[in-house]
Design a protein around this ligand. Structure first.
Ligand code: SAH
Length: 262
């Protein structure tokens, strides 16, 4: 007699990367292809969803800033419902699931329901954005740390260590920062940041409709409005596109070892 017990369901919490399907990991692709149910965020690109099996149930759980949204509890319940029924669920999240992705709430819900899960890291949008403008997050002689910041949190525009961020050489990626741009500008300037500090906005990084706006802290809100940046974008504080730098800036001669040091 056949064992009637259903196979245990499970969830893969998958980083879908910034949009370009070639930036998906092989593991993400395999799990997506094996999934019975695919639950995805609004920013996951359609080329990636095409990698799901034809028979898979594919559900969007979009969260539109200031628009109609799925509630996090309902997303959690959906995963629990399908995996609890024995399905292999691929939960696709944009970029890396551990970066501003409410990953902990989803892990807690799965743990509470006794459902096994694994996490597949993805390329976070700030990594793709840095590649698009050919800069490093960290560079010898410029910055020893790099921050991932959000423009918003549950209370509205997010507060940060503005004094530290206003220092020369500070570098950061601001997620969800477009609407907070004027606020960020004001906070940094009050704390003494140089208005000429470079800021680069990269909208739709890695996608065919990518847009790059290179500006300065002083010109930030006007530059974003002028370029019509409305989609998902990373704002880099303290980083200018490589081609905007002159050669002396690009070659960090202070750290090239001298003959005696070799
Ligand atoms: N987990 C995601 C971030 C989710 S928060 C990651 O690791 O990238 C959503 C924010 O991510 C957006 O407001 C935007 O700031 C950024 N974002 C997501 N996809 C992007 C893309 N292709 N280009 C630029 N920014 C992007």
């Amino acid at each position: 007699m056949l064992d009637e017990q259903t196979e245990a369901g499970r969830v893969a919490l998958i980083g879908a990367g910034p949009g370009d399907p070639e930036l998906l990991t092989l593991k993400a692709r395999r799990l997506l292809h094996e999934a019975d149910v695919v639950i995805y965020d609004r920013l996951v690109s359609s080329e990636i969803l095409e990698l799901a099996r034809r028979e898979a149930i594919v559900i969007e759980v979009g969260k539109i800033p200031d628009g109609p949204s799925w509630k996090q509890d309902d997303i959690n319940a959906l995963m629990v419902q399908h995996a609890g029924g024995g399905a292999h669920v691929a939960r696709l999240k944009s970029g890396d699931p551990a970066v501003f992705g409410r990953l902990d709430e989803e892990m807690d819900a799965l743990d509470n329901a006794g459902i096994a899960f694994e996490i597949i890291p993805g390329i976070t949008s700030a990594a793709a954005a840095a590649a698009s403008i050919k800069v490093s997050w960290t560079r010898r002689g410029r910055n020893k740390s790099f921050r991932l910041m959000t423009g918003h949190d549950v209370d509205g525009f997010a507060e940060h260590d503005w004094r530290g961020l206003a220092q020369a050489g500070a570098a950061a990626a601001i997620y969800m920062g477009v609407r907070a741009a004027r606020f960020v500008q004001g906070r940094l300037m009050i704390h003494g940041a140089d208005p000429d500090t470079p800021i680069t906005a990269i909208e739709n990084a890695s996608r065919s409709d990518q847009k790059i706006v290179a500006t300065t802290l002083g010109g930030l809100p006007d530059a974003l409005a002028g370029a019509g940046i409305t989609g998902p974008a990373i704002l880099f504080l303290g980083l200018a596109p490589r081609e905007a730098l002159d050669v002396a800036d690009r070659i960090d001669t202070t750290h090239i070892p001298t003959a005696e040091a070799l």
